[in-house]
Design a protein around this ligand. Sequence first.
Ligand SMILES: Nc1ncnc2c1ncn2[C@@H]1O[C@H](COP(=O)(O)OP(=O)(O)OP(=O)(O)O)[C@@H](O)[C@H]1O
Ligand SMILES: [Mg+2]
Length: 169
Amino acid sequence: MTVFYEDFDQLRALLTGPWKETMRETAVIWNVQTLEETDALGKLVESILETGTVISLLGTLGAGKTRFVQAVAAAAGVPEDEVTSPTFVLIQEYKTGNRPIYHFDAYRLKDDDEFLELGPEEYFDGGGLTFIEWADRIERCLPRDYVQITIRLTETDGREFEFRRIRTR
Ligand SMILES: Nc1ncnc2c1ncn2[C@@H]1O[C@H](COP(=O)(O)OP(=O)(O)OP(=O)(O)O)[C@@H](O)[C@H]1O
Ligand SMILES: [Mg+2]
C-alpha cells in the first residue's frame, strides 16, 4: 500500500478521472486538528470531486461524517444548519448554486432493500455529489466505482481522514 500524506496532487489524482489499477493500492491521509481545518479540507474536496461521484463515509459514531458533509456543502454555499445527520429521514438534498448534494445515512436501515426503495440510482446519476454515512451497511448497493473516506478520531481529539478509491466486481 502506498500512502501519501496531505498531498493535494495525489488526492486529486486518486479522486478523479478514470479508474487505474494502481488506485487499489493507494491511500491519501489528511490530518486535521480543528474544525477550521476540517472546513478547509471540505473546500479542497469540494473543488476536486467530479459531478456524479458517490462518497462512502465510514467511521464510528461521532467520528465526524456529518461534520465533513457540512464542510463540503458550506464550500458550495449551503448554510451549515441545513446539514444534519439524515438518520431518520434517510436522505436529504441540498441545493447549491451549482450541483446538488445528496446526503444519505444508512445507519438505521434494516437491509439493502430498504435502501434500494429510496431509489439511490436516481441520486447517483442525478448530476450532483452523493454522500452516504455508514455506507458499509449497504455496500452491495454502491456503484462499481466510488470514493471511500474513513474518519478516525486521533489521540489529540483531531481527525484523520483516509481517502481511497474503490472499484468492485
Ligand atoms: N474535524 C473535527 N474536529 C473536531 N471535532 C469534530 C470534527 N468533526 C466532527 N467533530 C465533532 O464531533 C461531533 C460528532 O460529529 P458528527 O455528528 O459529524 O459525527 P458522525 O460521524 O456523523 O456521527 P453519526 O455516526 O452519529 O452520524 C460533533 O460535535 C462535531 O463538532
Ligand atoms: Mg452523522
